[in-house]
Design a protein around this ligand. Structure first.
Ligand code: GRF
Length: 206
């Protein structure tokens, strides 16, 4: 299965995917391209270091948003991928991409959806809200992307304990280490090996 990974930041989720493809934990999968909207995203450096095509396609470089959308879709299609993985990608996907790749785009979100998700809920903000609400358990979710924000069929979730005295940064790291970097690679392996089916907008694990 060929995948494209879309990133905006440090790329620790991308690194987990790269490592697990290389060590065979993720089977039958190749990362064809890593695309970021930020040219200084360290995720692009991680890709280059592993001989993976790395492209920067930034909305800022286009007069019109539709030109960015078109370029992003055409670039992804040029790599002939089967699955698009959003690993901390902070740009709203073009509608045409979500349509063309229906049930073939997954996203990692750093909470147990439907808690602490939706517009504006990403990165550290999620963990700040978790601490503000005082929940005892948080975690991460891999879901299929649909036209909404964090609203598509849920595929995998993993719970993580919130500890007394946690800061948002400490909690974010725990959620990454104990959940995100585990379930995103696992989801890719499951999809690559025919273990997932979408039935009535629910992700069914076979
Ligand atoms: C992670 O917190 C992930 O949950 C969220 O964006 C962040 C990406 O981090 N979607 P990284 O770029 O993978 O290190």
């Amino acid at each position: 299965m060929k995948i494209a990974v879309l990133v905006s930041g440090g790329g620790t989720n991308l690194q987990a995917i790269i490592d697990k493809v290389e060590n065979g934990t993720i089977r039958n999968t190749s990362i064809e391209v890593v695309i970021s909207n930020k040219k200084d995203a360290y995720a692009l450096t991680r890709a280059t270091k592993h001989g993976i095509a790395a492209e920067c396609i930034s909305p800022k470089e286009f007069e019109k948003r539709e030109d960015f959308n078109k370029t992003l879709v055409e670039t992804i299609k040029s790599y002939d991928v089967d699955l698009i993985v959003l690993a901390g990608y902070l740009v709203i996907l073009p509608e045409m991409l979500v349509k063309e790749y229906k049930d073939r785009i997954i996203n990692i979100h750093p909470s147990l959806i439907p808690s602490f998700c939706g517009p504006g809920m990403y990165g550290l903000k999620v963990h700040e809200e978790v601490l503000k609400r005082g929940v005892k358990v948080t975690g991460a979710t891999v879901h299929f992307v649909d036209a909404g924000v964090d609203s598509g069929p849920i595929l995998l979730q993993k719970a993580v304990e919130v500890k007394q005295g946690d800061t948002a940064e400490v909690l974010q790291k725990r959620v990454m280490e104990q959940a995100e970097w585990m379930i995103l690679p696992q989801a890719i392996d499951m999809i690559a090996n025919g273990k997932v089916e979408i039935i009535d907008s629910k992700a069914v694990i076979k």
